[in-house]
Design a protein around this ligand. Structure first.
Ligand code: SAH
Length: 465
């Protein structure tokens, strides 16, 4: 039985507590009701966004007085707030009746109302802000945990250095130039991809017109070359999405198309853009697979169409992943391939056991083998002496089915029947399971269990816990 590559839709959006939108307030009227420091902060934010701000406060705090002095667009008033023509109304009010009355008045005036500390009565809330304007990031927990939102904001702050603002501003300023540059749609996308990559390297300095011209020249050169598309083989890691590398994450986030195996967890695919095309090419030891030639041909075709293709493979792409066939196909077609390593199953297995695969005295060698030959049987051309070597640790991929025969042959080849041996299923995932035994008794122990997820054997004297 053969499978065809099947394209998988990105799911529709899961329920959202609130809809993040970014309001353009330049020249619009915003009303703030209240005289406290919190009211001053809201007025300041609105003014920073370009709004004309009218603050209604009978007893304005010092901060508000200073704000009105420093910012021409903030005016202080006393008495009944006039809400006509307001886009937004902020209220910082203690009493419920006042809050409710302001809400009614705002609704009547057709304005959205945000009441500080009263998410239940509000149309919107502000969230925590990371300001690299024109790059602006808002973090909201739906008012559930502002402290949590602040912590998330803090993390994002560290990810996006302050220098990013200048590059974001340049992106905005250069956009018309790039549009008029004669680069076609795909090339312009390529330009912005290059721009982003470049910006992360050059954050410490201001972007210049020379940067812009150099990027455009690079883009043109690439467009005139054989193809501007490329393929990256990315290791998805053993299952825990946190074991994806930062580089793999970045590649996924920039991919137009992702070809993935059955082994790749959905939680890793979630890092891709929503619009990215996802294609399951379901390769897996025993189950029906898409033909390898077909996968390679698809990779070449997509890259030649100018797409940014990520070939996502479980674990590390260079370990029992038939990467060579895909790399050869790409090179033959004159296309570049980049490789992003991943955490291979054997390493997740060692982590699961909490035992080192190497030991200064007893295991100076680690060997990765597959116990699954082309026809699914145990390979007969193993170096049995090496496998039975008591001073080496052996990781056996796809070894679940042939375990009884493998164990028997190892013992026949001189391995100690008491050598510690483990089957580790779904290493690094919440369903991780370890069956512990020895070369002599592991087959029997495993036979009594249903092993459905990917499983690996680790064998070696040094693995004795
Ligand atoms: N390139 C992958 C291996 C692909 S071969 C890597 O580097 O890990 C597929 C085999 O890998 C499975 O049959 C199983 O033996 C092993 N494997 C992959 N993920 C695993 C996991 N989470 N737990 C245990 N074994 C795993």
């Amino acid at each position: 039985m053969r499978r065809k590559p099947d394209e998988v839709d990105a799911d529709f959006m899961q329920p959202l507590e609130s809809l993040p939108i970014f309001l353009s307030l330049a020249g619009r009227r915003v009303v703030v009701v209240g005289g406290s420091e919190a009211a001053a902060w809201k007025a300041d934010l609105a003014a920073a966004s370009g709004a004309r701000v009218d603050v209604y406060a009978d007893a304005p705090c010092a901060k508000l007085l200073e704000l009105a002095r420093r910012r021409g667009e903030v005016a202080l008033h006393a008495g009944e707030p006039a809400l006509a023509g307001a886009a937004l109304v902020f209220g910082v009010l203690e009493k419920d009746e006042e809050a409710l009355a302001l809400r009614e008045a705002a609704r009547a005036a057709g304005a959205l109302i945000g009441l500080v500390d009263r998410p239940d009565l509000s149309d919107f809330s502000m969230g925590a802000i990371v300001n690299r304007s024109p790059l602006v990031i808002g973090v909201s927990t739906g008012g559930a945990a502002p402290v949590f939102a602040q912590a998330v904001r803090g993390r994002i702050e560290t990810l996006i250095p302050a220098g990013f603002a200048a590059w974001a501003a340049a992106a905005k300023a250069w956009r018309p130039w790039v549009k008029a540059s004669g680069l076609d749609f795909l090339a312009r996308r390529d330009f912005w991809r290059r721009f982003t990559r470049y910006a992360f390297f050059a954050l410490e300095r201001e972007p210049t017109a020379e940067d812009r011209d150099a990027l455009a020249a690079e883009t043109r050169a690439a467009a005139e070359g054989a193809s501007s598309g490329r393929v990256v083989l990315v290791g998805a890691g053993p299952g825990d999405p946190e074991l994806l590398t930062l580089k793999g994450l970045r590649m996924l986030a920039g991919a137009d198309v992702i070809l993935f195996d059955d082994l790749v967890p959905a939680s890793v695919l979630d890092f891709a853009r929503r619009e990215a095309q996802r294609i399951n090419v379901g390769k897996r030891g025993y189950a029906p697979s898409v033909d390898q030639g077909e996968i390679s041909a698809l990779l070449v075709k997509l890259a030649q169409e100018g797409k940014n293709v990520v070939r996502l493979k479980g674990g590390d792409p260079m370990i029992f992943g038939r990467a060579n066939e895909e790399i050869a196909a790409m090179r033959e077609a004159g296309l570049d391939v980049e490789i992003v390593p991943g955490v291979t199953a054997a390493l997740a297995g060692a982590a699961a056991l909490g035992v080192s695969l190497t030991n200064r005295e007893t295991a100076r060698r680690v060997q990765f083998v597959t116990a699954h030959s082309k026809d699914g049987a145990l390979p007969q051309d193993f170096d049995w002496a090496a496998l039975a070597d008591s001073r080496a640790t052996t990781a056996v991929y796809m070894g679940n089915r042939t375990l009884p025969e493998l164990a028997r042959k190892l013992i026949e080849s001189g391995a100690d029947p008491a050598t510690p041996a483990f089957l580790i299923e779904r290493a690094s995932t919440p369903d991780e399971r370890i069956v512990a035994g020895t070369l002599a008794d592991l087959p029997e122990k495993v036979a009594g269990q249903e092993v459905e997820g990917p499983a690996l054997l680790l064998i070696g004297a040094s693995l004795r816990p």
